[in-house]
Design a protein around this ligand. Structure first.
Ligand SMILES: Nc1ncnc2c1ncn2[C@@H]1O[C@H](COP(=O)(O)OP(=O)(O)OP(=O)(O)O)[C@@H](O)[C@H]1O
Length: 428
């Protein structure tokens, strides 16, 4: 090869290669050598190429939630070369997150998820600028957060956040890549992307009642499921940012993990009556900050373990975990007979329960109440436990209404037991 000729040129944009010039002998279409080498396998794709890679480099994405869905979203977007990624979460990494939240590892248990996520992305790609928003997504910061990015990915797990993220995206005119995964199923759609494309609220105008929505912490999730849906969210985000292919907008993709099958539903276009993108919106730039999403859209935005506890019983019906321990070890100042009822599903009882406790899942307890058999334990003190101290209160309430007199809720449930009494009891 002659010394004056260009070694090679790609992309056609950027520096020239004239004979005798001191400038580089090549042009990478706006990418440097390291970037060309790093992204080579997608640069060679005719459907992608250098121009789209450059778009990714110039783009920014906000990821709401650094959990099961957010993990593959953050990792794949950083790996793909998105220029700036913001991640927001308010929660800490727990051991029970690790089977699916592959952003985090054992060393990060107890640390803030957004911080842990940022470390993982920086480890993966030092060329991606990572921004951390520690307070989570809320009505008061919604618009400010969303306006700082080109595309928003909803990787959260509760309806109040989903509606709030959607409304902010509509007001700020940002596409929203939304995913959900629970049990062995998942779904995905791109909202608010183009004139006719509906927003999340157009498709789901009626938020669920508080407590009506399933959560991974209660219903369980096969670890790989959010991996699949989150990876699809990353793919859709890349397509929205670069214009490659066709986005999953105006349709809802549904995945059945047990059958390994995908189905898609066509969605109705934007709705005139929609509260946020309709012709006379109630939620606007001026009102979003004070809109009460928790009251209007299905309950708490941030699931902070025990703080999410219900309070349906008077203090006199509640005992502490420490008191229950004193009954079990015989140090309490009473020798009345007692029984510990565990109202969690049998599957949970089977993997860990208090020695001597009796399994009576909520549906069996309801049958017992309906059959008038709820007083069978009268004469003994009955202490009711569940995982977090919510179902146990409901169970005690049902037993009291059925005429039982000596039943008590164990405050904070087995999570509190694990933290306050016996750290060897599995915390999940
Ligand atoms: N308003 C919000 N702002 C930021 N992050 C949120 C918000 N609401 C939920 N999240 C985060 O979204 C993530 C959802 O993750 P995931 O569904 O895997 O469940 P999890 O809450 O981490 O775990 P588990 O349900 O098992 O306790 C969580 O990290 C959660 O803290």
């Amino acid at each position: 090869m002659g010394s004056s000729s260009c070694a090679w040129e790609r992309g056609g944009v950027g520096g020239s290669c004239s004979s005798g010039s001191s400038s580089a002998s090549w042009s990478g279409g706006g990418l440097d050598k390291g970037e060309v080498e790093r992204y080579a396998r997608q640069l060679v794709l005719p459907s992608f190429g250098v121009a789209r890679q450059r778009k990714l480099k110039e783009a920014s994405v906000l990821v709401v939630g650094a959990g099961g869905l957010g993990s593959p979203v953050c990792l794949y977007l950083a790996a793909a070369g998105v220029g700036r990624i913001g991640v927001t979460d308010q929660d800490d990494v727990e051991k029970s997150n690790l089977h699916r939240q592959i952003l985090h590892d054992e060393a990060e248990v107890g640390s803030h998820k957004a911080v842990s996520a940022s470390k993982a992305m920086r480890r993966l790609n030092s060329g991606t600028e990572v921004e951390v928003h520690l307070d989570g997504f809320r009505a008061v910061n919604a618009l400010g957060l969303v306006e700082g990015y080109d595309v928003v990915v909803d990787a959260s797990d509760n309806p109040a956040t989903r509606y709030c993220v959607n409304d902010a995206c509509v007001i700020a005119g940002k596409p929203l890549v939304s995913g959900a995964a629970i049990g062995t199923d998942g779904q995905l759609s791109v909202y608010n992307h183009g004139d006719q494309c509906p927003c999340y609220r157009c498709v789901w105008p009626d938020p669920p009642q508080e407590g009506a929505c399933q959560r991974c912490s209660d219903s369980g999730v096969l670890g790989v499921l959010p991996g699949i849906i989150g990876t699809l969210q990353a793919l859709e985000t890349i397509k929205v940012l670069t214009g490659a292919g066709e986005c999953c907008s105006q349709k809802l993709l549904m995945f059945d993990g047990l059958a390994t099958s995908f189905r898609s539903l066509k969605l109705r276009p934007r709705q005139e009556k929609c509260l946020v993108c309709g012709s006379s919106p109630a939620i606007t730039r001026e009102t979003i900050g004070s809109y009460d999403y928790e009251a209007n859209c299905g309950g708490a935005m941030h699931d902070k373990g025990e703080s999410a506890c219900l309070r349906v019983l008077p203090e006199s019906r509640r005992v502490s975990c420490e008191f229950l321990r004193s009954r079990i070890d015989g140090s309490a100042a009473t020798d009345r007979e007692f029984v510990v009822l565990d109202v969690r599903p049998k599957s949970e009882y089977d993997f860990a329960h208090l020695r001597g406790s009796v399994s009576l899942p909520m549906d069996a307890l309801e049958e017992e109440v309906a059959a008038g058999a709820a007083l069978a334990r009268e004469g003994k003190d009955t202490y009711v436990v569940c995982r977090r101290g919510n179902d146990s209160q409901v169970a005690v309430d049902k037993l009291l209404r059925a005429g039982a007199t000596s039943v008590f809720d164990v405050e904070g449930g087995l999570q509190r037991w694990s933290k306050a009494v016996d750290p060897t009891f599995p915390l999940y």
